[in-house]
Ligand binder design. Structure first.
Ligand code: GAR
Length: 198
């Protein structure tokens, strides 16, 4: 890639806690010259997250900041904020990052932080979304990419994708159907978010 093209890409960080399949989709999308972002750091609050391996395999700095090593949420977030700034991140993507962030941290990154959530928000905020959608008798379920605001899973929606809930679905079969859509949606939604920001 030509260096002037590289500088047009927004430097982003991806925050994860586990498997990192959404991270992988962002890594793959960022590999295209025309895509408007490049990943400068992948940060996990769990040192054993498989997503850190994915980052290393792609030659991206992989940073573990173990929340258990910090007494307070604020000191964990101070370390997170420092790592983001040191990496030169100007934008943050939460991709299966399973820690609640304080209002003060969220406000520091306001308008520059997005999240993917496995439900059609405002339905099913929080965890166990697939099980709860089945139990509620929903015929449709899906995923949402949204701006992060202090209320959990409450920020303005950037994009959503829908899937049917089929007879006989278990939380696992439904999660797999939704995940396929997450992988399609997140790179598109990040591109939209960056365009909205400019
Ligand atoms: C994804 O389904 C994501 O939507 C969900 O965690 C999974 C992470 O998978 N996020 C949340 O539930 C956030 N509240 P991945 O690590 O393979 O991308």
């Amino acid at each position: 890639m030509h260096s002037s093209e590289q500088t047009k890409k927004t430097p982003i960080a991806v925050l994860i806690s586990g498997r990192g399949s959404n991270l992988q989709c962002l890594i793959d999308a960022c590999a295209a010259d025309a895509y408007p972002a490049r990943i400068v750091a992948v940060i996990s609050n769990r040192p054993d997250a498989y997503g850190l391996e994915r980052a290393r395999a792609a030659g991206i700095p992989a940073i573990a900041i173990d929340h258990k090593a910090y007494e307070a949420r604020e000191s964990f977030e101070a370390a997170l904020d420092t790592a983001l700034r040191e990496a030169g991140a100007q934008f943050v993507c939460l991709a299966g990052f399973m820690r609640i962030l304080t209002e003060s941290f969220v406000n520091r990154w306001a308008g520059r932080m997005i999240n993917i959530h496995p439900s059609l928000l405002p339905k099913f905020k929080g965890v166990d979304t697939h099980k709860r959608a089945i139990e509620a008798g929903e015929t449709e379920h899906g995923c949402t990419v949204h701006w992060v605001t202090p209320g959990m899973d409450e920020g303005p929606v950037i994009a959503q994708a829908r899937v049917p809930v089929l007879p006989g679905d278990t939380p696992e079969t439904l999660a797999a159907r939704v995940l396929e859509q997450e992988h399609r949606l997140y790179p598109q939604a990040l591109e939209l978010a960056l365009a909205q920001q400019r």
